[in-house]
Design a protein around this ligand. Structure first.
Ligand SMILES: [Mn+2]
Length: 434
């Protein structure tokens, strides 16, 4: 059985192609700066938005009418699995990501959920073997069920913390069994609505303990993948504890987790936090914490998470410069945490969203690589900071001079002169490559 009978496997046809569903820039075998495009990106389809979301919004129900969404039985989940792997294969996506609730009904108890997950894991493993599609990351949904209305790890009720621990244990073990490269903890409702009923310090301690428990269990079962948390400033809660890369870095350090946990940085969560995506990438990278990315963008005018596919080469070129500067994305990847629009009701629309996004990222990689190879930008920045690499600069930074000793250097030197930051020159330079 096929759900996409009219779709042929997507092929690379080059920039001159007239085929709507073809890659013009994404050629998985093309080598750019010493790595293939497949290695640069490690693209992953998000099970939840692509297979599970019915096209609903807060004003109306689903519009897509997918047959596997007609019920929540195990049989519906198996039908969804078939469609999922047909989609991954025809798209040519090397990875996928899932929450427990995306792939299987969790039932009314942890016992029932664990049994269903075990049954489904065998079916998923069979599909992975048959297609060669791999798991980028697994995660547990700790935010949809009403039991999590006040958070999971940060819930005032320890029984909810325990239930969440049970869900995470199962998905972490399943991710390990399926050879997953990462495990993600998205902080869903790990935040609060009103300070009137909330102890922030208590809740942060609970969250720190929860993430520590996950790390301990990872080592206990021999899982060698990365553990990731995902910065997001708000929505669904008004105040999220994992606000942005900087807040996550501080949180991880406070609980001694900075060597064990990295960040899954998302474009739209940066927008919601009032940052650019490249800022969030650069900050995470500067702290050695850049682990993986979600490529979905938001909307510059709407204040909520619209989860759209990326479509600006200029924006993505700036992001790719940061990722290249980080030495790549490592064991992470590029996850499409993105939804097609509610009016995009044809099955083929799923392909248009993903194919366009993969091509856009590839085009941005080529532009960023050309900027790196040109060397003018890197040369300008290196020159701007050159003083820190010579003379007394290294000693000042290394703590070898006191405040008074440094001040004494300034006493006898000519007063420093202002220098242009040359922003307009640099913006024009970038535009020559986009
Ligand atoms: Mn995300």
């Amino acid at each position: 059985m096929t759900f996409f009978p009219e779709i042929e496997p997507i092929r690379f046809e080059g920039p001159a192609s007239k085929t709507a569903l073809a890659f013009r820039y994404y050629d998985p075998t093309k080598v750019v700066l010493g790595k293939t495009m497949a290695e640069h990106f490690r693209f992953a389809v998000a099970y939840w938005h692509t297979l599970c979301w019915p096209g609903s919004d807060m004003f109306g129900p689903g519009t897509f009418g997918r047959p596997w969404q007609a019920g929540d039985s195990f049989e519906h989940a198996v039908q969804k699995l078939d469609v999922a792997f047909e989609f991954f294969s025809k798209l040519g996506a090397p990875f996928f990501c899932f929450h427990d609730v995306d792939v299987v009904p969790l039932g009314e108890s942890l016992r029932e959920g664990w049994a269903n997950m075990d049954r489904m894991a065998d079916l998923i493993a069979g599909k992975m073997d048959a297609t060669g599609v791999k798991l980028l990351w697994g995660t547990a949904n700790l935010f949809s069920h009403p039991r999590y209305l006040a958070g999971a790890a940060t819930n005032p009720d320890p029984a909810v913390f325990a239930y969440a621990a049970g869900q995470v244990q199962k998905v972490l073990e399943t991710t390990h069994k399926l050879g997953g490269a990462n495990y993600v903890l998205w902080g869903g409702r790990e935040g609060y609505e009103t300070i009137l009923n909330t102890r922030i310090g208590q809740e942060l301690d609970q969250l720190g303990r929860f993430v520590s428990l996950v790390v301990e269990h990872k080592h206990k079962i021999g899982f060698t993948g990365q553990i990731l948390i995902e910065p997001k400033p708000c929505e669904p809660t008004k105040h999220q504890y994992d606000f942005d890369s900087a807040a996550c870095a501080a949180f991880l350090r406070k609980y001694g987790l900075e060597k064990e946990v990295k960040l899954n940085v998302e474009v739209n969560h940066a927008t919601l936090a009032g940052h650019t995506f490249e800022h969030e990438l650069a900050y995470a990278s500067s702290q050695g914490l850049l682990g993986s990315i979600d490529v979905n963008r938001g909307d510059p005018q709407n204040g909520w998470d619209t989860d759209q596919f990326p479509n600006s080469v200029a924006d993505w070129t700036l992001a790719m410069l940061q990722i290249l500067g980080n030495g790549g994305i490592g064991a992470g990847g590029f996850n499409f945490d993105a939804k097609i629009r509610r009016q995009s009701i044809d099955p083929a629309d799923l392909f248009h969203g993903h194919v366009g996004a993969m091509d856009l990222c590839a085009r941005a990689l080529l532009a960023a690589a050309a900027i790196v190879e040109d060397g003018t930008l890197d040369g300008f920045v290196a020159e701007r900071y050159a003083g820190w690499g010579k003379g007394t600069g290294p000693n000042m930074l290394a703590g070898k001079l006191s405040l008074a000793e440094i001040a004494a250097l300034a006493h006898d030197a000519p007063a420093p002169q202002p220098k242009s930051g040359r922003q307009e020159y640099l913006e024009n330079l970038i535009n020559r490559f986009v």
